[in-house]
Design a protein around this ligand. Structure first.
Ligand code: HEC
Ligand code: HEC
Length: 296
């Protein structure tokens, strides 16, 4: 049966090809059908992944070195080789193709996919880790700035349901006496994130800018938007106390969690088996800085 099916697929009957074989690989508009969603009342875009991509430098059909379609990143056979062809066969005994495209749809949701498939979780974490890079600099007197650059997501970081995702900086600064002079973005023992953490997300408001909470379909006005655009960056500046003794050591970690603790708590009331997503370290950087000099 399997070899028969394989032969059928390879025979490329015209009808089959015309109705089923849309080229999803090279046509991101087919992804836009679902990865653009607007609120029925206000028309505001709740998710806008396609347009974020279309406006980015990854949409470069004339420049093969830079051009990345949605499929080039999400349907690629190997996350560690995005941008490079991975030869393979689509069916048993099928022809060797220069670049085999998979239906993995590796994205950001490592926790829920991981409950069924640990390998998918690993691939997802690997993709997440291609997204961002950090740099650190002293910024005037008694200030340090951590820059987060979106280098690998072909849209905003995070995209889609970025009102639920948690992407934040965990920063600790230790001064020359060994004292911790700054700590931002830690989780408390119950898993709740520091309310003052620098977080990269969007906060949806209704047409009068009142928070919509879980009722995302009431979205009208963006109350807050700290997502990082494709090819872009955000700078987060932290003030240090006046009695800080230099040089200081800065430990910066960019962390990601697919949903916050309050969602786990809410769902656990009905499904006690749901575990909390383990936060993922996307990237980290440690640097020692003298006072008020430019580094990097
Ligand atoms: C028929 C609707 C539909 C189409 C077409 C579609 N998707 Fe999705 N996709 C969804 C839904 C629904 C989800 C789950 C909710 C979410 O994460 O936004 C999803 C999730 C994803 C995820 C996230 C998975 C994760 O684990 O975080 C990726 C990546 C993705 N889609 C990529 C694509 C790409 C690339 C295309 C075009 C080749 C595409 N999708 C076309 C409906 C669709
Ligand atoms: C250059 C590589 C690249 C391209 C091109 C790209 N993505 Fe992504 N995508 C990523 C990375 C990395 C992540 C994980 C970080 C994030 O969430 O932004 C991601 C995450 C996602 C997610 C999961 C968001 C979530 O939190 O559930 C969806 C959905 C998605 N992409 C859809 C798309 C669609 C649709 C396109 C094309 C319009 C596209 N992507 C183009 C790299 C890419």
């Amino acid at each position: 049966m399997r070899s028969f099916a394989g032969r059928l697929i390879r025979s490329h009957p015209e009808e089959h090809a015309a109705s089923l074989m849309h080229n999803i690989k090279d046509n991101p508009k087919l992804c836009a059908a679902c990865h653009e969603e607007f609120a029925p009342g206000t028309g505001a875009y709740i998710t806008d992944t396609y347009m974020e991509w279309a406006d980015s430098s990854f949409n470069a059909p004339g420049d093969p070195a830079k051009n990345r379609t949605c499929a080039d990143c999400h349907l690629h056979a190997r996350v560690d080789a995005i941008g490079k062809p991975v030869p393979g066969r689509s069916t048993d005994g099928g022809p060797l193709e220069p670049n085999v495209v998979t239906h993995q749809f590796v994205g950001a949701q490592y926790h829920l996919v991981g409950l069924r498939d640990p390998h998918a979780a690993e691939e997802t974490v690997a993709l997440l880790r291609t997204s961002a890079k950090l740099s650190i600099r002293a910024d005037g007197k008694d200030k340090v700035t951590v820059r987060v650059r979106n280098v690998g997501a072909g849209h905003r970081l995070p995209t889609g349901v970025s009102d639920f995702r948690q992407l934040w900086l965990d920063v600790t600064v230790t001064d020359a006496t060994g004292k911790t002079v700054l700590s931002s973005g830690t989780l408390d023992p119950k898993g709740h994130l520091d309310p003052h953490a620098r977080i990269f997300h969007k906060v949806l408001g209704d047409k009068d800018a009142h928070a919509v909470g879980l009722e995302f379909w009431r979205f009208g006005k963006m109350n807050e938007d700290t997502r990082i655009p494709a090819d872009g960056y955000r700078d987060e500046t932290y003030a240090l106390p006046a009695d800080t003794v230099y040089p200081v050591k800065i430990d910066a970690r960019l962390m990601f969690r697919t949903f916050p603790q309050w969602i786990t708590d809410l769902v656990q009331k009905r499904y006690p088996k749901l575990t909390s997503p383990k936060p993922v370290e996307m990237t980290a950087l440690t640097q020692t800085l003298p006072a008020s000099t430019e580094a990097n």
